[in-house]
Every structure is written in structure tokens, then in C-alpha cells.
Design a protein. Sequence first.
Length: 237
Amino acid sequence: MQWLPKDWRPKVVAVDIDGTLTNENKLIEPTVIESLQRLEKAGIPVILATGNVRAITYGLWRFLNLSGPICCENGGVLWHPDWGETQYRADGSEARAAAQWLARKIPGLDWRGIETNQWRESEWCLSPEEDLELIQTLISDSQWPHLSVVKTGFAIHLMEPQLSKGSGLKIILERMGMTAADLLCVGDAPNDLSMFEIAEWSVAVGGAFAYVSQAADVASPFAHGKTIAPLVDAILS
């Protein structure tokens, strides 16, 4: 298959984590580690672009020995050691208050949401098992109609409207002295669509949401993290 456009090679690669570097059991695909290192050694920095929190993302970034910045909480928290400070694009207080309000409106809804909320800094996440359509309807008629409600395979994210992986990556690329024309991105879920929209080239892993695969430039035949090794082979060939 043709992974990339003819005569084009990315200068930077942004990858989602959950469902993209991991397999169906939420474990890092073993071939991912070597593959991302090959990109880095070839001078192509890797950006982790995720809905996950900074604590988890930083740990993975460190142990993979990556050089690119990290884009956490769907663009809400941006970080690189050379910057000297973390860039926060929201404080998460509205999203948390909205979750608490939803719990009073929906019997049985646990506003505390998923475990990683204890480290969240810019958004709030409810269990993916909650009723998405009901939450969207209630939020649209609440005092927080501006909040985005986005479901991934791992959570329902309540976010301020300026937050997205795409908008976060635009800031990161500018700080790196690059443009979206230099970027290849890889993902699997609705929160990856914003980076698909800005990137020169996008790849959906096998097992991605159907409409995410349709939106990508390439839909991988390989499930989840098994996509990374053949994609890196194509980039470096």
C-alpha cells in the first residue's frame, strides 16, 4: 500500500497514545518503542498528542526518550523542557462544575468520572459508559453551552471550545519553527479529527472509529499500535 504522498516526507510526526500506540488490551505495542526511536534517530521528532493527562504523557515521553513536545488533554496542556514553563490553555474549573451539575440532573451519573481526573488540569472526563446524547443535550441547554462534549474510546471529555489537538499542535509547530505542511499525524478517535484537519498527511490506525478512518488520508490495515512499524518503514525508506 502507499502510506505517503509521492515525494513527501514529514519533518515531524504527532501520534495519539490510547488506541494508537497501544493494542486492544491497552498495552503499548512492543514494536512501537523501536519504531519511534528510529524516527528520532533520523531527525524526525515525535510529538505525543493525547487526551490523557500530563503525568502519564510525560512518563511515556521520558521512557520512550522522545524529543518533541507533548500535547496533553486535547491541547489543553502543552509542554517541552526547553520552554521553561508549561502552557495551560484552560483551567478546567468550568468543565468540573458542569460535571457536578450533570450528576444532579442524571440519576446515577458519577461526576468524579475516570481515574485520571485526579491529575487533570484543563478539562474533565466522565465515564465513556454515560449517556452521550443526554449529556450533550443537557450541556447545550445549561449555563455551559459553549463547552465541547467529545467521546473517545476511553472517556467523555468536557472541554472549553478553544481546546483541541489541532489547535494545540498549531502552537507547538510555531514554537518548533515548523508548519502544518511538515506534519504527519496518527490517530484513532474523534478527538484526533482536529489534527487530521491541519496536518499535511493523516493516518488512521486499524480499529479506529469508522468516520475517523474515512477522514484520514490513509486507513491502516494493521490494528492499533501494529500500524506504527510499517508506517515508519515507509517514512524512512
